[in-house]
Design a protein around this ligand. Sequence first.
Ligand SMILES: [Zn+2]
Length: 351
Amino acid sequence: MKPKLSRRNFFQTLTAIGSAGAVVASSSCQDSSKPVSTPQVASINTADLASSPLPYSTMSSSSINPRKVLLWEQTRKEVREALQRGDIKAAIVPTGSTEQHNEHLVLGTDVASATLLSEQTALRLYPQVIVSTPCPVGWAPYHMARKGTLTLSKETFRSFVFEVIESLIAHGIKTILVCNGHGGNHHILKQALPEWRKKLGITLDAISYSEAYKDEELATFLTSYKLRLEGKYDNIAEQTADSHASEHETSIALAAYPQRVRSVSMKEYDDAKLNYESGMTPKVWEYMKPFDSQRTTNPENARDRARQDQALLGTAEKGKKLIEISATYLSDKLQKMIHATEKGLPWPTNT
Ligand SMILES: [Zn+2]
């Protein structure tokens, strides 16, 4: 059992590290000037995984105690007493995906980032917010041609999230934010919201953490965004590469959990002679067929290579900025949601 931090020490630690910087455990943070091609920790830190029932806790207990805001790290006594004190005013439900993230990022990248941003948001509003156990698999059939990807049907994903929300409501929580980390889940959640709000009658929202980002702002520190906005990318593969597994996601991973980033050079990538179209079994083809027409306008092999190339621009320093922007956006939004619940105001507001 780990020694419990007193509340006072907890806040002292928060203050000493600074909010967004808290995601970086100083002992594991890489030199931010090094690109991703520089070898990081070569493999998953199994000691870290063994100490956590879910491998997505992001911060070392030596820098901050994230367990304070994670539901699955609480006992029933701790949750009961926090509810009785009126401390817990809201919950966040992280939703992610287990899917291919090119050659260098782990399959759990999206659930890790959704949980990270949920955790950072909850820490900013401590002790008002609890982070529920994340949904680790999302809707990702279009990634099934790459090994390791898992997908749910849209119906199953919707049901999972809805039933987790219902459980939280049963314990008396009246403000809930779904924090999504995977593009495929985004529209499913947005489309479900009106009906869920009507059925549940609570202050409810679903936001992808990437909604915090504006291209123009990111272009001030992300090279691939700058080059795209300046029209320097002359093919569609390069122009659309930054949405997945490239500079943005790689930077967040380097800032928060560098042990989940592998060193892969472009020579290694090219030597592997990857071909998206080859080796699709009939079963995989069933998943991929609905997306066939998209691949003719934006060939996946070229985009995959562009993503690998842009990922080399990622740094921990850029990742810290991305985390800061998104956690600020989410915590502002959730604070307004809590306010709406307390004042009996409708959500979303028109302002
Ligand atoms: Zn991702």
